[in-house]
Design a protein around this ligand. Structure first.
Ligand code: SF4
Length: 416
């Protein structure tokens, strides 16, 4: 028989056993998932090899301008630091004629030098698939050209907008949705255009949230960033500023003490970045994230769901756990849009929904990003979820829990 306490403990132990069984597949899979933390030694070897080849020093490595000046932009140079077959080299050269590419030494140090299927290589090194796009594509799937009421501005929502400040990035991602802006040369937007953008914000008092992005907003010089933030601070109705940057992932050296103090001076400032694979969460990236956090800058991550790179529930879960350890909140998981040359990297929407299904309940709510499809025509972000409502009536709704239990939920008392 036993006491009430003993009976309760027995029920709780059985439930704990059941919960343990729910996480077993992830724990088994997670042993084989590569992360920045696990690969630290490999990264240090790669870094040494790259520094030797470029004749650089530790101090050079920490300097983002040195990183930018030493970007790999042709197959021959890259082949000195990672193994590339003749076929891969030819592909890189052929694709380069159509689509720009560049990789800073830091991001190259995250690559597996021997494995062409490395998720870091797939995000950064051109593939022949880019020239064999079978899909009917739209180079401006978010209709940014038709949602720009003033220079540099994209406006798709009632109370917030984007200022596009440059087309430059530390690395040109193979899945980039803004390829049409990247072009062949780096073009920071001229100050006169930025001033017109700020004037538009000043004249529209409903704008309370301004996202500064590109390209990559942190490609701007510190002085320009401070100048923009200063002008926005003078506009009373602008409550928050946000930056869109991938430098935390691709070139964490850009997160300097000076940049952090500028952001701190002009808060509240938020930074959103784009880690797509746990291999990217390296020691250097984590240190950069912590610097921003200590400067009072909240960090969010906007992953892109990418075929053969992260379209796996265990990889996304591991990524999100690694991000939370670095104080970065997984914010969005984006369905990639169809842009010329990127179809081979687009995963199915059903895969995205399955990933969310594998997260909800199985891990902390903090580790669950919102899965988003950008509606064609510039009509904005649309969240997609697995279905948890089985049926809804006046007095009851029937719900499906994260474990698949179907439960009738009494709604009478609330249903006035
Ligand atoms: S950092 Fe962003 S804008 Fe730049 S290439 Fe990558 S995805 Fe495109």
């Amino acid at each position: 028989m036993g006491t009430y306490e003993e009976k309760s403990r027995k029920i709780a132990s059985e439930r704990a056993k059941e919960l343990k069984s729910r996480i077993k597949d992830y724990l088994d899979a997670s042993k084989d998932i590569e992360t920045g933390e696990k690969l630290e030694d490999q990264y240090l070897d790669n870094k040494k090899r790259i520094l030797d080849y470029l004749n650089g020093t530790e101090e050079d490595w920490k300097n983002w301008r040195w990183q930018m000046d030493n970007r790999f932009e042709d197959s021959k140079t890259l082949s000195n630091v990672i193994e590339l077959s003749e076929k891969e080299m030819n592909e890189i050269d052929e694709v380069s004629e159509n689509f720009r590419w560049a990789v800073v030494p830091y991001y190259a140090s995250l690559m597996d030098p021997k494995d062409p299927n490395c998720p870091i290589r797939k995000q950064s090194i051109p593939s022949a698939m880019e020239l064999k796009d079978p899909m009917e594509v739209d180079d401006d799937p978010m209709a940014e050209e038709f949602t720009s009421p003033a220079p540099c501005i994209t406006r798709r929502y009632p109370d917030r907008l984007i200022i596009n400040v440059t087309n430059q990035c530390a690395m040109y991602c193979r899945h980039c949705q803004r390829r049409r802006n990247i072009g062949g040369v780096d073009k920071p937007r001229p100050r006169e255009e930025l001033e017109e953008a700020i004037k538009y914000i000043r004249e529209n008092p409903e704008i309370r949230d301004v996202l500064i992005t590109g390209g990559d907003a942190f490609m701007l010089e510190d002085e320009t960033i401070e100048w923009i933030l200063g002008l926005l601070d003078e506009i009373e109705h602008v409550e928050i500023k946000r930056f869109g940057t991938r430098t935390l992932v691709t070139m964490p050296q850009r997160i300097t003490d000076n940049l952090c103090s500028i952001l701190k001076r002009h808060g509240p400032v938020y930074v959103n970045t784009q880690f797509n694979h746990p291999k990217e969460v390296s020691r250097e990236a984590v240190e950069a994230a912590k610097k921003l956090t200590y400067a009072g800058v909240p960090l969010g991550n906007q992953s892109v769901l990418l075929n053969t790179i992260n379209n796996d529930p265990h990889i996304i879960k591991k990524l999100n756990h690694e991000l939370l350890k670095a104080c970065i909140k997984p914010y969005y998981l984006f369905q990639a849009k169809t842009v010329t040359g990127t179809s081979h990297l687009i995963a199915g929407i059903e895969e995205g929904i399955e990933i969310v299904e594998h997260l909800r309940g199985y891990t902390s709510g903090l580790a669950i990003p919102e899965y988003i499809v950008n509606a064609p025509g510039g009509y904005g972000k649309t969240p997609l979820h697995p279905q948890y409502i089985v049926s809804a009536g006046k007095d009851y709704i029937t719900i499906r829990t994260w474990e698949g239990r179907i439960i009738k939920y009494d709604n009478k008392v609330y249903n006035k």
